[in-house]
Design a protein around this ligand. Structure first.
Ligand code: MLT
Length: 411
């Protein structure tokens, strides 16, 4: 008799965003005339930069020509893309990252989950609270947690609050943890981490032989020059951090799919026999066995991000979404709501009015304003009483959504 991975039974009913989509679809079916505006999932709405589009058209034509056709590419990604990333994203910021420490993939969501395969099951794992739910759910699936508790936390995980009480910074634990997930600019709070804060994390990780999983998917939204874009801007990070990056939120590749993971060759962890093993070798082995690379066409599209034209077009996209975030912040603040984030990030983290729970506010907003956001409690127990509003939508929709919300929720 076939058996299942019982860890899946520990998961909460549905993954957050499909659960929201299910509720919104049910509402839409019952209210056919409602003009719903979605500021929930952080999915981009603006078309791809022309530089990327043109590069992908050229690449498609190459694939249709016998002389330039390509079959399987390198599992780690084409050298020309890895070189550009190493140069523009890392070396230009003073980070010592070599092209062959960069692995191209089809998404940071998959990579942040898959990375667990190269680690043992006895690690103590820390996540922030609130947190991007993928980090938690993939640990549950991998059997790295116990059961879910009443407050939604899983036994066996260490939760590090990111709350108003600590000014939305990730609290460094008193205990020793082995693996730590950090995401800055933060999803969902939109908070950022200063150089000093990240240095404290790197110092902690080096002192405790821990590994930091640094999710920098939103780094392009940093406008404050004092805030690091990469964990490798921090001294010592090559010895303790893996970084995840994505083309989804800067170049609008959520539907096109391209991302990257950096595993420095200097990074090691212990084998059962106590020896030090290079994590790069394990990740390389994993990727070459289970992954056949991102399509040539998409990698050419990603390469165009680093052309002069591509850089300018991406900057326009980022500025557009940041202006949306500014409008959201200003309108909600003027209506008396308490807002955080949305300055160096595309997410605005709003305190729910009148002590409403996150899901109650979600329902009220959907029913009375036909606006969709994301309940803070969906990101963890400490997110209760908060609500995330995403800046990813057209200007017209953002303005209309703010008009509807501020009319109904003046406090
Ligand atoms: C979000 O809304 O948190 C993001 O869309 C998640 C993701 O990028 O997978």
């Amino acid at each position: 008799m076939a058996t299942i991975n019982d860890n899946y039974l520990k998961l909460k009913a549905g993954y957050l965003f499909p659960e929201i989509a299910r509720r919104v679809n049910a509402f839409a079916q019952a209210n056919a005339d409602a003009k719903i505006i979605k500021l929930g999932i952080g999915d981009v709405t603006e078309p791809l930069p022309q530089a990327c589009v043109r590069a992908m058209i050229r690449a498609t034509e190459e694939m249709g020509d016998r002389e330039t056709f390509k079959g399987y590419g390198p599992e780690q990604g084409y050298a020309w893309l890895r070189e550009k990333i190493a140069h523009h994203d890392f070396q230009a910021r003073g980070c010592e990252i070599d092209p062959d420490e960069i692995f191209i993939s089809d998404g940071s969501k998959c990579d942040t989950g898959n990375i667990l395969e190269i680690f043992g099951n006895n690690n103590t794992i820390a996540v922030t609270d609130p947190v991007y739910p993928v980090y938690v759910d993939t640990n549950v699936m991998a059997g790295n947690t116990g059961d879910v508790k009443k407050n939604g936390e899983y036994e066996g995980l260490v939760y590090l609050p990111i709350t108003a009480a600590n000014n939305f910074t990730a609290q460094i634990p008193d205990e020793k943890v082995d693996l730590i997930y950090l995401c800055f600019p933060n999803n969902p709070t939109g908070a950022t981490a200063s150089k000093e804060h990240l240095q404290a994390w790197v110092d902690y990780a080096q002192a405790n032989n821990s590994i930091i999983f640094f999710d920098a998917a939103y780094e392009a939204y940093i406008t404050d020059s004092s805030i690091p874009h990469s964990i490798y801007e921090i001294e010592g990070a090559r010895n303790c951090a893996i970084e995840f990056r994505s083309f989804s939120k800067n170049a609008g590749f959520t539907g096109t799919r391209c991302a990257l993971t950096v595993v420095p060759k200097t990074l090691t962890a212990k084998a059962d026999d106590g020896s030090d093993v290079e994590l790069w070798k394990l990740w390389n082995r994993r990727q070459s066995t289970k992954f056949n690379g991102v399509s040539y066409i998409v990698q050419r599209g990603a390469e165009a991000v680093y052309s002069q034209e591509g850089k300018e077009q991406i900057q326009q996209l980022i500025s557009f979404y940041l202006e949306n975030a500014k409008i959201i912040r200003e309108k909600l603040t003027a209506a008396g709501l308490q807002v955080n984030g949305g300055i160096n990030a595309p997410y605005v983290w709003v305190k729910t009015p009148n002590e409403l729970s996150s899901w109650d506010f979600f329902d009220k907003l959907l029913n009375t304003c036909n606006v969709v956001g994301t309940p803070g409690s969906g990101f963890g127990a400490a997110g209760e009483g908060y609500f995330r509003i995403s800046a990813f939508n057209s200007r017209k929709n953002v303005e209309e959504a703010m008009k509807r919300i501020t009319e109904k929720f003046k406090v």
